[in-house]
Design a protein around this ligand. Structure first.
Ligand code: UDP
Ligand code: MG
Length: 316
């Protein structure tokens, strides 16, 4: 283990003035304890103010000048939770040995960070915080979230069930992650593709401490669409299948049309119309799907993802 370990707790904040004071107390208490228990040598809280329009930044400045172990990044514009977290991770990859990302609203269990750090000290690079159950979520949030995990699974996206963005990452894991050049971020999926030694910590997710969710349904939906389209080109492939299905229907229609023509029950012109509609539809859809296949390939290329990471080196 490193003889010097510096923990940075990354907290993205968007209009969080109602919770931030309490969050700051709990996190700085925790850092004090972790240092006292010799689990870490040093710890700071890194607040990333994601273009808040309330007094969030003023509070962060206040904490820093009051002597709390606080650092802050203020983003010029609201870029969304994922990008804000990324900003924090890029900073932490340079300034800390490990980071823990946690939401400002105290929904994730602050005490689980202790367990995460213990894993880090045993040489684990990534520790996922997994919520045990969703009894504090509304039925709507719970069922839409479950639907999302299932969809991702079916589309072949690697994702840890019931893990949001509460996780510990070692410096090398952060460095690996920030070398991903893509701009479409779906961090919980991207982290799974790093492949360093990992562990899981289970906790009960609480109700938001104060304030209201900064994720209304529309944001949640676009987050889910991002999640799928950043990880899978399968929706494009389904278009091809749909087109082939249409062509098959056209063939059946030809047979059916021909038979009804033979027994004389067909209205003149109906057979050719029916057949051409399905056939043209099928051809067009298949073509779009094939173009989609290529777009999918280009999409994968354009992301310019790194091909591998070296986990261990012998020698040197
Ligand atoms: N957040 C952010 N930028 C945004 C929206 C949210 O930095 O545009 C932060 C927010 O301050 C919080 C975290 O992301 O710390 C999670 O947001 P929230 O708790 O509102 O989401 P929910 O728990 O309802 O999914
Ligand atoms: Mg929340």
């Amino acid at each position: 283990m490193d003889n010097k370990s510096h923990l940075l707790i990354i907290v993205p904040c968007y209009n969080e003035e109602e919770v931030l004071r309490e969050t700051n107390h709990r996190l700085s208490d925790l850092l004090d304890n972790l240092v006292r228990e010799e689990r870490i040598d040093e710890g700071h809280i890194l607040y990333v103010d994601d273009g808040s329009r309330d007094h969030t930044w003023a509070l962060i400045e206040e904490f820093a000048s009051a002597g709390f172990p606080v650092q802050g990044l203020k983003l010029a514009h609201n870029v969304g939770h994922q990008q804000a977290l990324w900003a924090g991770l890029e900073y932490a990859a340079v300034h800390a040995d490990m980071s823990v990302s946690i939401d400002a609203d105290l929904q994730d269990d602050v005490q689980s960070i202790r367990e995460m750090v213990d894993y880090y000290n045993k040489g684990i690079d990534i520790v996922y915080g997994i919520r045990k159950e969703r009894k504090t979520d509304t039925f709507f949030k719970k069922s839409t979230a479950q639907m999302f995990y299932r969809l991702m699974e079916n589309l072949g996206g690697e994702i840890v069930y019931n893990h949001a963005d509460f996780r510990l990452m070692s410096r090398r894991a952060m460095q690996a992650l920030v070398s991903y050049p893509e701009r479409n971020l779906f961090l919980r999926g991207m982290v799974c593709t790093l492949g360093f030694p990992s562990a899981m910590v289970y906790y009960d997710r609480q109700k938001r401490f104060a304030g209201e969710s900064k994720y209304p349904f529309s944001k949640m939906l676009s987050f889910a669409v991002d999640g799928v389209t950043s990880f899978s080109v399968r929706p494009l492939r389904y278009i091809v299948l749909l087109g082939l299905l249409f062509i098959l229907i056209a063939l059946l229609a030809i047979i059916y049309g021909f038979l009804s023509y033979l027994d004389g029950s067909a209205i003149p012109g109906w057979t050719s119309l029916l057949v051409s509609i399905w056939f043209i539809g099928g051809v067009v859809t298949t073509s779009v799907g094939i173009i989609g296949e290529y777009v999918g390939k280009i999409y994968k290329e354009v992301k310019r993802r790194p091909r591998y990471f070296i986990e261990k080196i012998i020698g040197e």
